[in-house]
Write a protein that binds this ligand. Structure first.
Ligand code: PZK
Length: 310
């Protein structure tokens, strides 16, 4: 990831900025009495920024932050019978209306929990070298885009911003968080992806893989006195998952990306004048590429939820 100069975070009255991700920000609400940051809550804000080819682009996609936030809220409801989530409220400051959620601050599980239902990307590279992904043996003959026999758990380390996450074996996850928690997040990750695909397939979308984040709520124990595992961050959005149009799915080649295909096609076309291998920042997107990309995000939201995006 090339560290392009980060935009200064939005000043939100009544909130302290805590952290900037590539395309999102975290704030802590300030206590009205003391003015100190609350330690039990966070405000998660999605921007309209977009990344492609490991760069955050100069162009924003209007409403992207809102669409992804609303989609994530909808998925939390669809997944509520599997596990609780961190959302407290979507009543947020006007400046970030629709694209922020107030959440419970959790003790985050220090593993990127990745589930894969189809083979591509770094999983495909691992498979071609070893016949397995993160130590999980797979059948011979799989291609780029092949559906896996069942969803698999392929965790990675959480690298600092600007560095790449590294694959972990399941044994490494057990060593990091203990065998009990490792088994629970593995099961939850694959269940979430399976449920996601059951829903999305009916709407013509395949979820190739997804990254989910879990936190522990030490205040809420289960029957065995273990802290509750809570689904955090955003879930099953195009930024956390590969969305593929089912109608164009064809194993044996790189699949079309539901959301970013116009961006990638233009950036790699002669029209952009950009050389991906140059290390230079990509140029701003033409307005028709921005508009088509916005329409794809809205289309995914409307297809999946059956709701109209206001
Ligand atoms: C948390 N992130 C990633 C998300 C960013 C960075 N409920 C929670 N409790 C404690 N920590 C987190 C969460 C959540 N979600 C999430 N890092 C910490 C992240 C959004 C924007 F800049």
């Amino acid at each position: 990831m090339t560290p392009e100069i980060a935009a200064p975070p939005l000043e939100l009255p009544g909130h302290a900025h805590v952290y900037s991700g590539k395309v999102r920000e975290l704030y802590a609400p300030l206590e009205p009495g003391t003015g100190r940051p609350r330690e039990d809550q966070l405000l998660l804000v999605a921007s309209d920024r977009i990344s492609a080819f490991d760069h955050v682009l100069d162009s924003e996609i209007p409403d992207k932050g809102k669409v992804l936030t609303q989609l994530s809220l909808w998925w939390f409801e669809q997944l509520a019978d599997i596990l609780p989530n961190h959302v407290i409220s979507s009543d947020v400051p006007d400046a970030v209306a629709g694209r922020a959620v107030l959440v419970r601050r959790l003790d985050m599980v220090p593993v990127e929990c990745i589930g894969r239902a189809y083979l591509t990307g770094s999983g495909l590279a691992d498979y071609r070298e070893s016949g397995s992904v993160c130590g999980i043996p797979l059948p011979a003959g799989l291609q780029d885009g092949s559906e896996l026999p069942e969803p698999i758990f392929t965790p990675t380390t959480k690298a600092p911003l600007g560095e790449h996450d590294q694959p972990m074996t399941y044994a490494q996850v057990e060593a990091e968080v203990g065998a009990d928690l490792a088994a629970r997040v593995r099961e939850l990750t694959t269940r979430i992806l399976r449920r996601g695909n059951e829903v999305a397939a009916r709407r013509g979308i395949l979820l190739a893989d997804t990254k989910v984040e879990f936190g522990l709520d030490h205040a809420t124990g289960d029957a065995d006195g273990r802290p509750a595992i809570v689904l955090a961050d955003e879930v099953l959005t195009p930024d956390s998952s590969r969305f593929w149009p089912a109608a164009q799915w064809e194993p044996g080649r790189a699949q079309a990306s539901y959301d970013k295909q116009f961006v990638r096609d233009w950036l790699t076309s002669p029209a952009s004048g950009w050389d991906r291998s140059s290390g230079e920042a990509p140029p701003p997107l033409p307005e028709d590429v921005v508009a088509a990309t916005r329409a794809r995000y809205v289309e995914a939201y409307e297809l999946l939820t059956g709701r109209t995006f206001a």
